[in-house]
Design a protein around this ligand. Structure first.
Ligand SMILES: [Mg+2]
Length: 362
């Protein structure tokens, strides 16, 4: 499915994974079934589920609505939403990712009908003054859970995706795997049946301890350090837990003889080289008991062309330059504002890329 195409929404409430079975003639003018406005916004999470929280603004493209709110105020916004209550939103940057999670869930339910070890997607919004019936109709249509965040509260989850870097930083500080999601101008088409998740190494899966040496003392000292500590695992980065969660679900497929046909594929795309620095990365993953399906050691080369080949549903990096490079290739890229290079003090005096026009914030 083309994520830029709003034909993904259907009128009969079927879930995202089955939207490829849509009836002919369904199009952007499809209407949503109005749902009862329910204030029970946080139903219990299924046991052992891997929770993925996405903000409504990254799941759906609500740019027009946002503009109406910013330019005309809340009253006009409410009026506009009321008039369009049964109209689907266009897909946002997280839409294909969520759809792929649902496709994995469908396969898991076939293999393990009794198990609740699945992805559990929760749509987050912090619109406290007004509960948007149109948004609720859209969320219910896709059979997703909904959670309204109040004040500065953080929702504990295996992964949190938002367009708001302030909220993402707060979540990271609380130890939650979190990233700021950006919208490329045109999103590259991705697989509907196999989830591709791509991680950077340092500052994402790994801590930034070695990167700090590289930044302060240069390449030679960095390589010397990696050689000396070749067998000493790197510290945990903020997304390590999410890779672990993916690995747990992958093993369920392997257990049923579906290693070759596993609907979850993980990738490491790192600026490390295949030599000394790559060996430490491999040793670290091995010591954690974690597997990556495919690793690309780029030795500092741009990541965009490799990502274009992988076509990930989501790519995580702690450097905005890589996020921007990926977005230019149409990849849905997320910034992980972690480590010294992303600290507020380090950023003083340099451009805050999070507010740069490219890629635009969802
Ligand atoms: Mg990095």
């Amino acid at each position: 499915m083309n994520p830029n195409n709003s034909q993904t929404l259907t009128a009969n409430g079927q879930d995202l994974a089955s939207s490829s079975n849509q009836t002919p003639g369904e199009d952007a003018s499809a209407v949503l079934k109005p749902s009862t406005l329910v204030r029970n916004l946080k139903p219990p999470k299924p046991e052992n589920a891997i929770t993925i929280a996405v903000s409504a603004r990254v799941l759906f493209n609500m740019e027009k609505e946002q503009q109406s709110y910013e330019q005309q105020g809340m009253k006009e916004y409410i009026k506009y939403q009321g008039e369009h209550e049964t109209q689907p939103f266009s897909p946002g940057p997280a839409f294909s990712f969520v759809k792929a999670l649902e496709a994995v869930n469908t396969r898991l339910r076939e293999l393990y009908p009794e198990s609740e070890e699945l992805f559990d997607v929760v749509v987050m919004t912090n619109n406290q003054e007004y509960i948007d019936q149109r948004l609720i109709n859209n969320i219910n249509h896709h059979q997703l859970r909904f959670c309204m965040i109040e004040g500065n509260h953080t929702y504990h989850t295996n992964l949190y995706l938002s367009a708001d870097p302030v909220k993402v930083r707060k979540a990271l500080k609380e130890g939650i795997a979190a990233a700021t999601m950006f919208t490329p101008e045109k999103i590259t088409e991705v697989s509907e049946t196999q989830l591709h998740v791509t991680f950077d190494g340092d500052g994402v899966l790994f801590s930034d301890e070695s990167e700090r040496i590289f930044n302060k003392e240069g390449l030679d000292k960095f390589l010397e350090n990696e050689k000396t500590h070749e067998n000493k695992p790197l510290g945990h980065g903020p997304l390590k837990g999410f890779l672990e969660a993916l690995g747990k679900l992958q093993k369920k497929f392997y257990g049923k003889g579906q290693r070759m046909d596993c609907p979850i594929q993980t990738y490491l795309v790192t600026a490390r080289d295949e030599g000394i620095s790559g060996i430490r990365a491999k040793n670290t993953l091995q010591s954690w008991g974690l597997e990556i399906d495919k690793t690309y050691f780029l030795a500092g080369a741009p990541k965009g062309p490799t990502l274009e080949k992988i076509r990930p549903h989501i790519f995580f990096d702690d450097k905005m330059s890589h996020v921007e490079g990926a977005a230019k290739m149409g990849i849905v890229a997320c910034h992980v504002p972690y480590g010294e290079a992303n600290s507020e003090s380090h950023k003083k005096g340099i451009n805050d890329k999070e507010t740069s026009p490219l890629p635009k914030v969802a």
